[in-house]
Design a binder for this molecule. Structure first.
Ligand SMILES: [Zn+2]
Length: 66
């Protein structure tokens, strides 16, 4: 399985304050953000995924909080 990692343009690491050092990819539908300059790692689990445990149900009416 290929994992596409891409840098977030203009993003600043909250830990080491470096610009353009954050990269993001998806792992088992979890968004992982990592800094290449320090050990900062963040995992984002969208609530929509937790709620759609029925799998085949239609994915409508999902709202992102941001
Ligand atoms: Zn960092």
């Amino acid at each position: 399985m290929k994992t596409k990692k891409r840098f977030i343009a203009g993003a600043k690491c909250p830990m080491c304050k470096q610009s353009d050092s954050l990269r993001v990819w998806e792992e088992n539908q979890i968004e992982v953000v990592e800094c290449v300059e320090c050990d900062y790692v963040e995992q984002k689990t969208p609530q929509a995924i937790e709620q759609s445990v029925h799998g085949t149900e239609q994915l409508i009416g999902i709202f992102k909080p941001e």
